[in-house]
Design a binder for this molecule. Structure first.
Ligand SMILES: [Zn+2]
Length: 345
């Protein structure tokens, strides 16, 4: 069996339905899927060779509690849900006014978002199951990657940290013991780093913008404690504006350092394309990679894991504006072809 790309139209989060004005194109996943299908068809590969017909999957509260605090889970499943969503998507500014938010245009209540978030999270878990069981040891979930989700709160458009929930569920089921998280999104994987801190079974690497969100948050929270966004990953690779030319070599060095650890049972890759020079989120302007650099970034990462025989589950993470679909397509095409044994390394 070779299913490798998991696309579930029902788990796609259309933020516009809730009046949320964050520039994620509502057809981002669908566009990637259809462009990919076109390119693979030209190589004689019909969808049944690579696309997964997603089977039903559901997560329980217990699954969420493996990464999140009881208080947060209580709010999520109870009366606090709307407030959790307003915070996670940062829809109210410091003066209490709507920010990137037009509630009067919403066609669905904010509370509907929970079912979609949980479905998204479930699919990220399923991508791990597929990567562990399919012959190519690779699965790309066209969704997921909520790496800013913390134990007790969501922020940065992330509610539930699907990465850590997925890994801990696989661990609870004894499907894996150890995992790596390789985070190549433009933003630091702060939630994942904080959730995995002190957990020797999960090694984290994050290559990201050296400054800007979330690294420009106040260093201490309202409670006087250090803000958890500053929790270091096991390997942090900050890239300053103007250092784009060093990005690939520094990623390679970071991966080589990660590779000195014993081989994990699975790797999750948080494959955000928001470092793209044509990304539509103003706060990602600090890192501007070309499509060629992004394609090379993803090949390096894929090959690093593939050559070591490490099952890899990829998540879409950040990628904003009308052109965000572009860098995903050549990267996923390459990974599918290599997994099928149709390309030499
Ligand atoms: Zn991002």
């Amino acid at each position: 069996m070779w299913p490798m790309v998991l696309y579930d139209p029902d788990s796609h989060i259309s933020l516009q339905d809730y009046g949320i004005l964050i520039p994620v194109a509502p057809d981002r996943s669908a566009r990637v899927f259809s462009e990919l299908a076109g390119r693979l068809a030209k190589r004689g590969l019909s969808r049944d060779r690579w696309a997964i017909e997603p089977p039903p999957v559901e997560l329980t509260r217990e699954d969420i509690l493996r990464a999140h605090s009881p208080g947060f889970v209580e709010r999520l499943y109870g009366d606090g849900l709307e407030q959790v969503m307003l915070e996670a998507f940062e829809l109210i500014d410091d003066e209490g006014r709507p920010h990137r938010y037009a509630p009067e245009t919403a066609t669905r209540p904010m509370t509907d978002l929970l079912a979609t978030v949980l479905q998204w999270t479930a699919r990220s878990y399923q991508a791990g199951v597929e990567a562990l069981s399919n012959t190519g040891k690779f699965c790309y979930h066209l969704g997921g990657g909520a790496h800013h989700g913390h134990a007790a709160f969501g922020h940065g458009f992330c509610v539930v940290n699907d990465i850590v929930v997925a890994i801990r569920k696989l661990q609870a089921e004894h499907a894996v013991r150890t995992a790596w998280v390789i985070d190549i999104d433009a933003h630091k994987g702060d939630g994942t780093a904080a959730l995995a801190a002190g957990d020797d079974s999960i090694q984290t690497l994050s290559i990201h913008m050296a400054s800007g969100w979330p690294l420009d948050l106040p260093p201490t929270g309202a409670d006087g404690q250090p803000h958890p966004s500053f929790t270091p990953s096991d390997y942090d690779i900050p890239i300053a504006t103007g250092e784009e030319g060093e990005y690939l070599s520094r990623l390679e060095t970071g991966l080589a350092a990660l590779g000195t650890h014993s081989r994990p049972d699975i790797a999750y890759v948080v494959g955000g394309v928001d470092p793209y020079e044509h990304d539509g989120l103003p706060s990602t302007q600090g890192l501007r990679l070309t499509i060629e650099q992004l394609t090379e970034r993803d090949r390096l990462t894929f090959d690093f894991l593939h050559d070591r025989g490490i099952p890899q589950a990829w998540l879409m993470a950040g990628g904003y504006g009308e052109r965000a679909w572009e860098p995903y397509v050549p990267s996923i095409e390459y990974a599918v072809l290599r997994s099928l044994g149709q390309l030499a390394g």
